[in-house]
Design a protein. Structure first.
Length: 302
């Protein structure tokens, strides 16, 4: 595995760390199985790429992509909270609708950004190769997002959102507006995912209508791998674990696809992804069994 491939894996891993943080909010904190992610990721890319292609500043375009993702997440929450549509179905409905909306935004299946200015071309000084500088810029962005999330979830509004996900009935009994917390949480989750989509489009040189396929699987895999490697209860460590999980996920995929001994090819990407998620799901169970067995042996010895 070359240094170029390794840094490329880190770059994509940092982008999907934002997706993983969004999935963490919906699946873990709110306990809401939100499939809007598969639509809000390409939505962010479509909005940012289309605006940049029309000569709008990349930073304004990225901010618009974040706002579009927040609206998509809020709509999912509105379907669930106000229209009483089941959470899983609400996400599926928005994900399906966003496919057509993204096509409308781009007016074609893809929008290239090869010759257009992006956040990376503006921020990066021409001192090092771009494949080294881009991961550094993304690392700064991910760290800033992590710190802001940690600060938010330590606030009164963030604690109310966490209480909503832990026990909505008890939270309502304590005067927490659980409906509003769900709307805000899903808006925040999909805003992060749309930010990842906007950065992905600018990093890879364009947006494509199919770029969101499997996004939710990648986000869940990053969360599961991170929680397996760094089991923690404090949210500060959980967000860090999720970021590390996203980077490791992309690194393992790159390692598998670039290994001549295994013989895997690009068409085996989904197979590798499914295998990694399966391993991540099985490891905690094996760990519990090993701990249970060691405790049983210790009692017998006593």
């Amino acid at each position: 595995m070359t240094m170029y491939s390794m840094l490329g894996a880190v770059e994509i891993g940092l982008i999907f760390a934002l997706v993983a943080l969004g999935v963490l909010i919906s699946f873990r904190i709110l306990n809401f199985p939100d499939l809007t992610v598969d639509g809000s990721f390409p939505l962010g890319g479509a909005v940012a790429a289309t605006m940049i292609a029309h000569g709008i500043d990349p930073f304004i375009s990225t901010a618009a992509a974040i706002a579009a993702g927040a609206v998509a997440g809020a709509l999912t929450g509105w379907f669930n909270v106000r229209l009483k549509i089941m959470d899983l179905l609400a996400g599926i409905l928005l994900m399906t609708a966003l496919y057509s909306i993204n096509l409308r935004i781009m007016d074609k299946p893809n929008v290239p950004l090869i010759t257009e200015p992006t956040i990376f071309t503006i921020l990066l000084p021409e001192m090092m190769p771009d494949y080294i500088e881009r991961p550094l810029v993304l690392l700064v962005i991910v760290i800033i997002v992590k710190l802001l999330l940690d600060r938010y979830f330590a606030s009164e509004s963030g604690l109310a959102m966490r209480a909503t996900g832990a026990n909505a009935r008890m939270a309502r009994a304590q005067g927490v507006p659980t409906g509003r917390a769900t709307l805000v949480g899903l808006a925040l989750s999909n805003a992060l995912v749309a930010l990842a989509g906007a950065l992905f489009a600018q990093s890879q040189g364009g947006a494509d209508i199919s770029m969101g396929i499997g996004t939710i699987v990648i986000g869940l895999a990053a969360v599961i791998i991170g929680e397996t490697i760094i089991p923690a209860r404090r949210l500060v460590w959980i967000t860090l674990a999720v970021i590390i999980g996203a980077i490791l996920y992309r690194f393992f995929i790159a390692l598998a696809l670039n290994s001549d001994l295994i013989g895997l090819k690009s068409q085996d990407l989904n197979l590798v992804a499914a295998s990694l998620v399966t391993i991540a799901l099985v490891l905690p169970m094996l760990r519990r069994k090993l701990r249970g067995g060691s405790r049983g042996n210790a009692k017998k010895g006593a």
